[in-house]
Design a protein around this ligand. Structure first.
Ligand SMILES: [Zn+2]
Length: 168
């Protein structure tokens, strides 16, 4: 519906499918152009964190309603594409809505992370998308609701980032 109502701003990209065959959908917010710098956001990869999928839905709606009205967002979208995967773990999302969020917690204790890096289709589709299809990404943000932390990925060095307070 968001795509149909805003075809000049939003399109849907299917990046793969999950274990149970559901499509992995990514929203692409773009004002046109090719190979523009991009920003990736995902919500719901930990499917029991229901508020993140809700936040992703709110964020998508906010982008289409605020483009042109909000100066900062307009500048960003005029120069960059935004990619947003709202239900990143759709198998888990279905499971938690069928059995409750505790079901995934119990399963996660047994299933953990898969046999190797990128072995799970949800993660592999993101890696393939980011590395191959959209190599011009400038930021990658994965949104979770567990705790109140801002986590940075492992980088090239162990020095604190500039402006980062030591005891957050
Ligand atoms: Zn999480």
């Amino acid at each position: 519906m968001l795509v149909a109502e805003n075809p000049n701003l939003v399109s849907k990209i299917v990046t793969g499918q999950n274990f149970e065959g559901r499509p992995l959908n990514v929203l692409n917010f773009s004002t046109g152009g090719t190979n523009k710098p991009g920003i990736w956001f995902d919500t719901g990869i930990h499917s029991r964190e229901w508020v993140t999928q809700a936040s992703g839905t709110w964020f998508a709606k906010k982008i289409v309603t605020d483009y042109v009205r909000d100066a900062a967002l307009t500048v960003i979208l005029d120069k960059m594409d935004i990619f947003l995967e709202i239900v990143t773990n759709s198998d888990g999302y279905y499971c938690t809505h069928t059995n409750g969020p505790g079901a995934v917690t119990a399963l996660a204790l047994r299933l953990t992370r898969g046999p190797k890096a990128h072995s799970e289709s949800e993660v592999k589709s993101i890696v393939d998308f980011c590395q191959v299809s959209r190599s011009n990404l400038k930021a990658f943000v994965s949104i979770h609701s567990y705790s109140q932390m801002l986590l940075y990925p492992y980088g090239l060095h162990q020095d604190p980032l500039q402006g980062n307070r030591a005891n957050w």
